[in-house]
Design a protein around this ligand. Structure first.
Ligand code: SAM
Length: 204
């Protein structure tokens, strides 16, 4: 997966490549879809949701510019796979999932693998986690109509936010840096994430 999908597409961050070699994607998937674990695509995980394409996990992780000590907020825990990769690359990871069955199952998987620095919460991630803010990095792994205002407020000055923004089923991956309270954005690849549903996302 790393040698055939990530390196040829330009992923160069060595710690990201090492984390993606180390964390086994199939462990985060239901038995019924595990045979597709190392394919070059998003795969269903139940509840109408998906585990993201490995390349998307890699590029989003790389764009976060992690050095090992950051406090990271992830919106959209899903299977917990991206959270585990972040757990390898950052200090503490707070991850929020709207579907409680997925939050529970991801929490169990992460605990069984010993990720003591990854903390799973159930709820509407568009509101962030006020009592744990500010965050050095924020990653949204579902498609947002725009960057949720509470998350901009909870990002530390100079911090980085990575999010797919656009239409409900087709988006552009954005990296934003908070400069004097505003998000300065750069666009990366086109993508297609499941919708971010919540108070500052899409309506159900
Ligand atoms: N990062 C995940 C992984 O590694 O498996 C993949 C995430 S999946 C593409 C998007 C997830 O975002 C879904 O599980 C969905 O339920 C969740 N989601 C959508 N809206 C949300 C919200 N407002 N708050 C938290 N999670 C949300």
């Amino acid at each position: 997966m790393v040698d055939t999908q990530l390196v040829p597409r330009g992923i160069r961050d060595e710690p990201v490549l090492l984390a993606m070699k180390k964390v086994q994607r199939h462990i985060f998937m239901p038995e019924s879809t595990r045979s597709a674990a190392y394919e070059d695509r998003a795969v269903p995980i139940g509840e109408g949701q998906t585990i993201s394409q490995p390349y998307m996990v890699a590029i989003m992780s790389e764009l976060l510019e992690l050095t090992g000590s950051e406090k990271v907020l992830e919106i959209g825990t899903g299977s917990g796979y991206q959270a585990a990769i972040l757990g390898e690359l950052a200090g503490d990871v707070y991850t929020i999932e709207r579907v409680s069955a997925l939050a529970e199952s991801a929490g169990r998987t992460l605990e069984s693998l010993g990720y003591k620095n990854v903390h799973v919460f159930a709820g509407d991630g568009t509101l962030g986690l006020e009592d744990k803010a500010p965050f050095d990095r924020i990653i949204i792994t579902a498609a947002a109509p725009e960057i949720p205002a509470p998350l901009v407020n909870q990002l530390r000055e100079g911090g980085i936010l990575v999010v797919p923004v656009g239409e409900r089923y087709s988006q552009v991956l954005l990296k934003g840096r908070k400069v004097r309270g505003e998000i300065v954005k750069e666009s990366y690849t086109n993508c297609a994430f499941v919708p971010l549903i919540g108070e500052y996302g899409w309506k159900e």
